[in-house]
Design a protein around this ligand. Structure first.
Ligand SMILES: NC(=O)c1ccc[n+]([C@@H]2O[C@H](COP(=O)([O-])OP(=O)(O)OC[C@H]3O[C@@H](n4cnc5c(N)ncnc54)[C@H](OP(=O)(O)O)[C@@H]3O)[C@@H](O)[C@H]2O)c1
Length: 259
C-alpha cells in the first residue's frame, strides 16, 4: 500500500496534536500547520523518532486572509499529494457579543470559517476525478443551537457543520467524503484561551480527553461518516432540541452558558 499523507491544521496542541499521533501510528506522512514554530518542531521530531514517517511543518497564522491559499501552495511545493485534510484549527471567545473587539471576531471568522472553507474548496477541486480524498472538519456540539455569550463562535461551528454535510452530500459521486466532528467540552487549552472555563457548561459537564475525541474523529473520517458527536451526553441535547420551540432552545443555551 502506498504511504498516505495527512494535512492537519492546528496540529501544535490539543485535538490536532492527538490526531497527528493517530495518523502517524497508521503510517501516514504528516503536514502540520499552526503558528507555534517551536511546538511544531518538537512534535515533528517526536513523531519521526517514534514512527517510520516523514513530518513537515508549516508555520502559519491561518486567521490571515491569504493563509489558506499560501498553505495550499506551500503544500504543493513539497510535491506531496494530500490524501486526508483535517481542518482543526479554531478558537472561541467567551463574553457578551458587544464586549469583544471586532478584530477578534474577524480573526475567528477568518480562521473557523473562511480558511476552513477555502482549504476544503482548494483540495476538493484538486481531488476531482481522483475518486479519493477524505476531509475531517472540526465543528462542535456548539453547532446545534445558538450560544449566548459565545454567539460568534457558536455561529462559526454551525457554519462548519452545515457546510460539511452539504458538500459531503455533493461529493459522494466523486468518492470524496467530509466528516464533521462535534466534540463537547474537551481538556485542551481551548477552555482557558476562550475563557469558556468560566461558564456553567464547563463546570457541570464531564470533560472529554483530547485523545478519545481525536480517535473518534479519525475513525469516523475513515468510515466516511458525515457527522460524529463525542460522548453519549453530548448526543442528548442535539436530539431533544429538534422537538422544542427555537426560543426555548436559545433560553436553555443562555442558562448553560452563564457564569
Ligand atoms: N476543547 C474543546 O472544548 C472543544 C470543543 C468543541 C470543539 N473544539 C474545536 O476543536 C478544535 C481544536 O481545538 P482544541 O480544543 O484542540 O484547542 P487548542 O488546544 O487551543 O488548540 C487549537 C489549535 O489551533 C491552532 N490555532 C489557533 N489559532 C490559530 C491561527 N490563527 N492559525 C493557525 N493555527 C491556529 C493552535 O495552534 P497555535 O496556537 O500554535 O497557532 C492549536 O494547535 C477547534 O476548532 C475548536 O473549536 C474544541
Amino acid at each position: 500500500m502506498t504511504t498516505k499523507t495527512a494535512l492537519i491544521t492546528g496540529a501544535s496542541k490539543g485535538i490536532g496534536r492527538e490526531l497527528a499521533f493517530i495518523f502517524a501510528e497508521e503510517g501516514c506522512n504528516l503536514l502540520l500547520a499552526a503558528r507555534s514554530e517551536q511546538e511544531l518542531m518538537q512534535l515533528k521530531d517526536l513523531l519521526q523518532e517514534q514512527y517510520d514517517i516523514i513530518a513537515e511543518i508549516f508555520v502559519s497564522d491561518l486567521s490571515l486572509p491569504d493563509a489558506a491559499m499560501r498553505l495550499f501552495e506551500a503544500v504543493k511545493e513539497t510535491g506531496r499529494e494530500v490524501d486526508y485534510l483535517v481542518n482543526n484549527a479554531g478558537f472561541g471567545d467567551y463574553g457578551a457579543f458587544a464586549d469583544t473587539s471586532w478584530e477578534r471576531y474577524q480573526k475567528m471568522i477568518q480562521l473557523n470559517v473562511t480558511t476552513l472553507t477555502q482549504l476544503t474548496h482548494l483540495f476538493v477541486a484538486d481531488w476531482r476525478g481522483r475518486k479519493a480524498g477524505r476531509i475531517l472538519n472540526v465543528s462542535s456540539t456548539a453547532a446545534f443551537q445558538p450560544g449566548p455569550m459565545m454567539a460568534v463562535y457558536f455561529a462559526t461551528k454551525a457554519f462548519v457543520l452545515s457546510l460539511s454535510e452539504a458538500v459531503d452530500n455533493e461529493l459522494r459521486r466523486e468518492e470524496i467524503t467530509i466528516t464533521a466532528l462535534c466534540p463537547g467540552p474537551t481538556a485542551t487549552q481551548f477552555g482557558a484561551e476562550s475563557k469558556m472555563n468560566a461558564s456553567q457548561l464547563v463546570k457541570n459537564v464531564q470533560i472529554a480527553d483530547a485523545h478519545s475525541v481525536a480517535l473518534l474523529g479519525f475513525h469516523a473520517m475513515m468510515k466516511g461518516k458525515p457527522v460524529v458527536l463525542h460522548g453519549a451526553m453530548n448526543k442528548v441535547a442535539p436530539f431533544a432540541i429538534r422537538f422544542m420551540p427555537r426560543r426555548w432552545v436559545t433560553r436553555m443555551a443562555a442558562w448553560v452558558m452563564k457564569k
